[in-house]
Design a protein around this ligand. Structure first.
Ligand code: HEM
Length: 412
């Protein structure tokens, strides 16, 4: 039934896991029909091997948004021109240099300093949820939380929340699989995001302050002796867009697991380590980024399948995370499994997610506060029709409706 299936596609997006199982077992390097030289790599070990070798499998796929024009860059950047795509779409040594410049906002010390702010934002959102007694945890909790935390990290005004939520819907490299109308919409969004970030970067030149965007400029001046804002736009933009929906989907997947497994939820209330473990299982079972891409640098072969130079590989993180060769009973939720953190939801190798520590911190605080302040939280009847977001790349719940009673009131 899956022999000629096309992925990514709207049809398989609802439930890709049956197809992924077919791929892992019968076609671990699968040529996607009608998509030229595009191959899906689905086994855990193969994905890691590809991701750890940028010299053979390049991240400069040309499929990332150009934050100036909004269009997808057709060729890797010329080294002399200002970069139009973020360091996510580059290889070492350029990748190493640009990633280092961005990492300053994510050091353990910085994260410790961020925790009280994350808690304040979570509490503020929970106040509203408790007052209403019911909510959609996606739209009224996880999304605004992720966006407001990024505002905090980068130094963007919380009043811009609606802008950020609009930017957060960006499709990433899955754009090429959308209709032309949708692609134009995505181009517009990328260009607007770039212009928004550029404005905020320039503002820091005239009104200096201390925040994530100012850090990028400072680091650039240290390295190059001068500020070149145009050069920083793509990297600042990926810091803005990379952690919005991804983190929100992780949080809501984890909450869904807890709402469906009451004894785990009870365990979380007495032992916060169970929250951390649930987050890892949520990441494994429902990787928010289902796949990323690499380009074959030099003709090679994998599992007997010839890969021509320039072929596009889809690293199916969502498939690798359910590989029975790696995880026992891979489709089940087991927060005590030994290889808990070996999922691929944050990628692997040099491009391993820069924001992973922040996402984990945010997830833990969000769930700890919600469970700490709500005596009872249950799935609402409105949740019976569960839907996933319409995206070629991302996986996350569209809504998660719950009913909530505060700690003072134990009857619901
Ligand atoms: C649960 C939340 C998150 C998930 C699932 C996630 C997923 C990923 C994945 C799969 C990659 C690797 C892409 C590749 O292999 O090509 C990645 C890279 C990246 N992520 Fe995340 N991410 C999350 C949160 C965040 C946050 C909070 C931020 C920043 C605020 C962030 C910023 C980045 C950046 C900048 C990269 C590029 C790293 C590089 O190329 O060196 N992410 N992320």
């Amino acid at each position: 039934v899956f022999r000629c299936a096309v992925y990514p596609s709207a049809e398989l997006q609802t439930y890709p896991y049956g197809f992924f199982e077919y791929l892992r077992e019968s076609a671990p390097v699968y040529k996607v029909p009608g998509r030229g030289e595009t191959y899906i790599v689905s086994r855990h070990e193969d994905i890691r091997n590809v991701a750890r070798h940028p010299e053979f499998f390049s991240s400069a796929t040309g499929l990332f948004a150009d934050f100036k024009t909004g269009a997808i860059a057709q060729a890797p950047d010329q080294p002399s021109s200002p970069p139009t795509t973020s360091f996510l779409g580059t290889d070492p040594p350029e990748h190493t240099r640009r990633r280092k410049r961005a990492i300053r906002s994510f050091t353990p010390g910085r994260l410790r300093g961020l925790a009280p702010g994350v808690q304040r934002v979570a509490d503020c959102l929970i106040d509203g949820i408790i007052a209403r007694g019911r909510c959609d945890l996606v739209e009224e909790f996880a999304m605004p939380l992720a966006a407001l935390v990024i505002c905090n990290v980068l130094g963007l005004p919380p009043a811009d929340l609606d802008h950020l939520l609009y930017f957060s819907q960006s499709e990433g490299s899955g754009r090429v699989y959308l209709s032309l109308v949708e692609q134009r919409r995505e181009e517009k969004r990328s260009a607007e995001m770039g212009a928004y970030i550029e404005g905020h970067l320039r503002d820091r030149l005239t009104r200096p302050r201390e925040d994530g965007l100012a850090d990028l400029i400072e680091r650039q001046i240290e390295e190059e002796g001068h500020a070149d804002i145009e050069d920083l736009v793509p990297d600042a933009t990926i810091l803005l867009s990379g952690g919005l929906t991804t983190t929100a989907y992780m949080v809501t997947s984890a909450l869904r697991l807890l709402l469906e497994n009451r004894e785990e939820m009870i365990a979380c209330r007495s032992d916060p380590a169970v929250i951390d473990r649930t987050l890892e299982e949520a990441l494994r079972l429902e990787a928010p980024v289902q796949w990323t891409t690499r380009r074959v640098v030099k003709r090679s072969e994998l599992h007997g399948v010839p890969l021509p130079e320039g072929a596009l590989l889809l690293l199916a993180y969502g498939a690798g995370n359910r590989d029975a060769g790696k995880f026992e009973c891979p489709n089940g939720f087991d927060s005590r499994r030994p290889s808990l953190k070996e999922h691929l939801a944050f990628g692997y190798g040099p491009h391993y997610c820069l924001g992973a520590p922040l996402a984990r911190l945010e997830g833990r605080i969000a769930i700890e506060r919600l469970l700490g302040r709500a005596a009872d939280i249950r799935l609402a009847p409105a949740d019976s029709k569960r839907q996933y977001v319409r995206s070629m790349t991302m996986r996350g719940l569209e809504h998660l409706y719950v009913e909530v009673a505060p700690v003072e009131c134990k009857t619901l």
